[in-house]
Design a protein around this ligand. Structure first.
Ligand SMILES: C[S@@+](CC[C@H](N)C(=O)[O-])C[C@H]1O[C@@H](n2cnc3c(N)ncnc32)[C@H](O)[C@@H]1O
Length: 219
């Protein structure tokens, strides 16, 4: 598989694919306060979203990273598929979480090697904002909607978030790099084209983060 399937900034991708980078990402969630806060808030929102969905047969978690959400998701399905582009992340995850009710796969979220409607729920956390073009961010969403039979839970970086509005000012004034954002309305449009309705879309935080967590249900 080439990097055409994982078109993230090369240095970031190499980092996630190295043992040091994968271990450091995992350690951040134990040691860094802002990571612990966002993890706690994501779990609170996910708990609310799964209260709507209930327990399901199968979940695909892509990208799974080191398996941060593996335990949470495993409790909410019979069969959990953990996938990531990084071999290192997948093996770290398998080492830590084992194979009970879980399968592991190296896969790109831009070309998921699964048939249409083959998994009940597809979860994709913290990938969209790494994808460097609008076309890739939209392709990612379409792949999730294609593979999910019932629901998609996905995060993206919102163009209307305070964090992005402030960034846009710095892009204009200081020549900073723009964020990899999506318009919330565009996410809803792509969902509708794929036959989904937006059920919930909550910001992770109003200040300090631009991430939104969306729940979409097949209509
Ligand atoms: C910020 S981490 C998020 C991991 C996990 N979802 C979480 O929230 O902890 C981003 C992950 O995306 C993976 N990745 C990058 N490009 C990918 C692609 N095209 N398909 C699947 N995974 C990808 C990286 O290897 C890395 O594990």
């Amino acid at each position: 598989m080439t990097n055409v399937h994982a078109p993230m900034q090369q240095s970031k991708l190499q980092n996630y694919n190295s043992t040091r980078g994968a271990e450091a990402y995992k350690a951040d969630y134990k040691n860094k306060l802002h990571r612990k806060w966002s993890d706690k808030r994501e779990r609170a929102l996910l708990t609310r979203y799964f209260a709507e969905i209930g327990k399901v047969g199968s979940i695909l978690d892509l990208p799974c990273g080191h398996g941060r959400l593996s335990g949470f998701l495993e409790e909410r399905c019979d069969d959990l598929i953990e996938g990531d582009w990084s071999f290192t992340m997948v093996s770290l995850n398998q080492r830590d979480n084992g194979r009970d009710h879980r399968r592991y796969v190296r896969a790109s979220a831009l070309e998921i090697p699964l048939p249409d409607r083959s998994v009940d729920v597809v979860v994709s956390f913290r990938l969209s904002h790494h994808l460097e073009t609008q076309e890739l961010r939209e392709r990612h969403l379409r792949e999730l909607f294609r593979v999910a039979k019932k629901h998609v839970i996905v995060t993206w970086f919102s163009s209307t978030s305070l964090k992005n509005v402030l960034r846009e000012a710095r892009v204009m004034l200081l020549g900073k790099q723009p964020k990899n954002v999506l318009r919330n309305g565009r996410v809803r449009e792509i969902a509708a084209e794929a036959g989904y309705t937006q059920k919930l879309a909550k910001p992770l935080f109003l200040i300090g983060s631009g991430h939104v967590l969306g729940l979409y249900t097949r209509t």
